[in-house]
Design a protein around this ligand. Sequence first.
Ligand code: PLP
Length: 370
Amino acid sequence: MKRSGIRIIMELAESMGEETVRLEVGEPKFRTPPHIVEAAYQAANQGFTGYTPNAGYHSLRSVFVKRLNLDYDLHFKSENVVVSVGGVGAMSSALRVLTDLGDEVLIPDPGWPNYESIATCAGTVARRYTLDPQHGFIPSPADLERLMTPKVKVLIINSPSNPLGVVYPEKAIKELYDFAKQKDIFMLSDEVYDKILLGGKHVSPLTFDTDGRVIGIYSCSKTYAMTGWRVGFAVASDEITGQMNKSQEAYFTCAPSVSQKAAEAAITGPQECVEEMRQTYVENMSTACRLLDDMGMEYVKPQGAFYIFVNVGCNNSLDFAKHFLQKSKVAVAPGNTFGPSAERFIRISLASSNEDIKLGIHRLGEFLGL
Ligand code: PLP
């Protein structure tokens, strides 16, 4: 497995001291809202400290499915939800039950680096479909068609997307679902940024699913600033969740009990914190876009998630990120860690502070001689 370019930059940045501007990491700078932390404390004191069922506490599955059904006009039961160790755990569990060794999985380029490592660890082969700027970075069935072999079992899509921030319109989601149906493959839909919309409207392919081929992946990590608590969800047919339930026992048994109680409080509690964080990302995006526009730089304006993908015109984005860090003390994520099509890009996190974003982009301009 390849090393993540983001981790390489993170470790270098950590060795460089406190004054380094950190724009490489993909997590909210906010602390978990206090009512969620308090609920976890209460739960631990009340004895929610043992193993939970493999698929998670029934109470959590039930509040999550209620919210999901309301948000997207769906009709799932709590049995269709598997609680897992973050979105990563949910995706890994799902992929393991959907595929056999040597099967192929279609993943986006550029796309979140873990798709490749998750597919590799499941004993499958990841094959990248390129997201074309001419098509607004939205996957086209014609491009996917060219990658089809009898071994392809799963199409992974991600909207709102990391690193691009693209939110797929309803028509595109429907076309992708139709493609999966026509080819009789599963569709793993990574929707962990569904509540972080900076402009677009989120549509889940679960809405169109008539025959249980879509697996929706959700998470508390980004929505509630809970990255370290490790709670995510897979939503799928009874058959798939039944198999995932068994398979989780072999890998991590269950998501942590106290974290599950915290997640329950997050979902049932006040949602103003989600909106406040979202507003901050919108402000950070406006700041970043204004500064990049002033410098005449090309970038992808995000409609969701909390990243901005900037074309710095380099030949090797990892080398670029290292030099920029060493010379200007600003850490950014190198584009090539998201796939070969993004070699000329860097990713800046909008979940950092507004001050750091301003400072980082000013230094980028100086570094590029703009
Ligand atoms: N999917 C995408 C696109 C992500 O960027 C991340 C985290 O960075 C995840 C899934 C998984 O997050 P977690 O496992 O914390 O839920």
